[in-house]
Design a protein around this ligand. Structure first.
Ligand SMILES: Cc1cc2nc3c(=O)[nH]c(=O)nc-3n(C[C@H](O)[C@H](O)[C@H](O)COP(=O)(O)O)c2cc1C
Length: 386
C-alpha cells in the first residue's frame, strides 16, 4: 500500500566496484566512469530522486565523479560524501559552490567523518573518535558561513581562517543541504546541531526508532527539526521464493575465512558505533541473517557500512518501508547487486507499490497498441481522454 507522501527514493553509484557475487571475482564489474554513467543515466530516467556517492580510500573520488555525472543527467540529485577532516573548509566550500552551479542546484552533501583510524591515518587524520566530530563541527561552521555569503574570521581548536570568502555563490539558498551518517552520541549531537537530514543504515525498525527519537530530542533541545533517511540494499522479485533465492545466490561464494576477516576488521579495526551496530545484527553467522521480517543481513557478512537488504515481493518490501516511514523516515537510499539491473527491478516492481511515478510512464500509458499492450490500448486511451 502506497503511503500518502511517496518516499524520496535515491540510488547508489558503486564507486568501489560492483558484481553479482559478494566475495568473488566472478562477474565482477570494475569501478569505471563509463559504468557509473550507465547507472546514473538509467536511474535519472527511471524516476529515482538522487544518487549517493560514497567516500573513502577504496572509492573513486566522489566529487570528481559527481561532477562528471551532473553534466549527463537532467533531474538526479547528487548526494556527495564529504569527510571534513581531509580537506580545508574553505576549499570544500569552493568545491560545493562550483558543483552546485555545475549541476544547477542538484547538490547535497553527506557528512561522514570516517570510522577506520588506520585508513584515516593515511589521510593525515590522527584524531580519536569524538575529536573528529569536534573538528567536523568547526569545519561545518566555517563551510556554512562561507556558503551563505559571510566573510569569515574563525579561530578554533582545529581551524583558523582569516577573511575567508567565497566569490561565486551556490545556486541553492541558503546553501546546499547537509545530510549526515553516523550513529554515535557525538555524531548525533553534530547532526542535531548542524545538518538537515539524519541517515541511518538499515537496522530493524526498533533500532531505527530509537535513533530517530534520540536525534529528534537532541534537535529539539536546539530548537531544530531534522528529516530522516535510511540506507538499504534491495532484492525485490515477483515471488518471495525468487527473492530469497537471489539473496542466497549473492552470498553463495563467500568463504568462512572471508567472513572472519571482514568481521574482525569491522569490530576490532574500526571505531564506528554504526559499524558495530551493523556487525552485531548477525555476529558473522550465516544462520542469523534474517534480523527482522524481510530484513536480511547477508551483505554485511563481508561489506562494511550498509549491510542489510529488504528481501521479498514488491508488496512485502513496500509494507516494510511503510513501517520505517511511520517512524519518520522520508528518504531511502537504495542499492542492489549489480546496481544497474537492480535499479530497473526496483523501479519496475517496487515503485508502483510505493506510488512513485516514473517520468516516462505517461508516454507508456498513452502508447498505441504494441506487443505489450495488445488489446489493452483502446480502453486506456478512452480513459485518458475522459
Ligand atoms: C548512509 C551512510 C553513509 C555513509 N557513508 C560513508 C562514506 O561514504 N564514507 C565513510 O567513511 N563513512 C561513511 N559512513 C559512516 C560514518 O559516517 C562514519 O564514517 C563513521 O563510521 C560514523 O561513526 P559513528 O557511527 O561512530 O558516529 C556512512 C554512514 C551512513 C549512515
Amino acid at each position: 500500500m502506497a503511503a500518502a507522501n511517496p518516499l524520496n527514493f535515491f540510488w547508489f553509484i558503486p564507486t568501489h566496484g560492483d558484481g553479482s557475487y559478494l566475495g568473488s571475482e566472478t562477474q565482477q564489474r570494475p569501478p569505471e566512469f563509463a559504468y557509473f554513467k550507465e547507472i546514473a543515466q538509467a536511474v535519472d530516467r527511471l524516476g529515482f530522486g538522487g544518487v549517493l556517492l560514497p567516500t573513502g580510500q577504496a572509492c573513486e573520488d566522489s566529487w570528481i565523479t559527481a561532477a562528471g555525472l551532473a553534466t549527463i543527467t537532467e533531474r538526479l540529485k547528487f548526494l556527495v560524501a564529504l569527510r571534513p577532516g581531509v580537506v580545508s573548509p574553505t576549499f570544500a566550500a569552493r568545491q560545493t559552490a562550483a558543483l552546485d552551479r555545475l549541476s544547477n542546484g542538484r547538490l547535497l552533501l553527506n557528512v561522514v567523518v570516517g570510522g577506520n583510524p588506520a585508513e584515516l591515518a593515511g589521510d593525515g587524520v590522527f584524531l580519536p573518535h569524538d575529536q573528529r566530530y569536534e573538528q567536523a563541527a568547526e569545519f561545518l561552521e566555517i563551510w556554512s558561513r562561507l556558503l551563505t555569503g559571510e566573510t569569515v574570521d574563525f579561530a578554533g581548536k582545529h581551524y583558523r581562517v582569516e577573511k575567508a570568502r567565497l566569490d561565486f555563490p551556490p545556486v541553492q539558498a541558503p546553501r546546499p543541504p547537509l545530510y549526515f551518517g553516523g550513529s554515535s552520541d557525538a555524531g548525533q549531537d553534530l547532526a542535531a546541531e548542524a545538518t538537515e537530514l539524519y541517515l541511518t543504515w538499515g537496522e530493524p525498525p526498533a533500532g531505527v526508532g530509537e535513533k530517530i527519537a534520540a536525534v529528534r530530542a537532541k534537535a529539539k533541545a536546539r530548537g531544530r527539526r531534522l528529516r530522516f533517511g535510511i540506507r538499504l540494499h534491495f532484492i525485490v522479485r515477483e515471488t518471495e521464493e525468487e527473492a530469497w533465492r537471489a539473496a542466497d545466490r549473492l552470498i553463495s561464494r563467500i568463504s568462512d575465512e572471508q567472513i572472519d576477516a571482514a568481521q574482525a576488521r569491522f569490530t576490532k579495526e574500526m571505531d564506528s558505533v554504526g559499524q558495530r551496530r551493523m556487525a552485531a545484527l548477525h555476529g558473522g553467522r550465516r544462520d542469523r541473517l534474517v534480523v527482522s521480517p524481510n530484513l536480511w543481513a547477508g551483505v554485511g557478512l563481508v561489506r562494511g557500512g550498509a549491510g542489510t537488504a529488504l528481501v521479498g515481493t514488491p508488496e512485502q518490501v513496500a509494507e516494510r518501508l511503510a513501517e520505517y516511514q511511520a517512524l519518520g523516515i522520508d528518504t531511502v537510499i537504495g542499492s542492489g547487486y549489480p546496481h544497474l539491473e537492480e535499479a530497473y527491478r526496483v523501479a519496475e516492481l517496487l515503485f508502483p507499490a510505493l506510488g512513485i511515478d516514473r517520468p516516462g510512464a505517461r508516454r507508456l500509458r498513452a502508447s498505441v497498441e504494441n506487443e505489450f499492450s495488445v488489446g489493452n490500448a483502446a480502453p486506456r486511451l478512452a480513459a485518458a481522454a475522459s
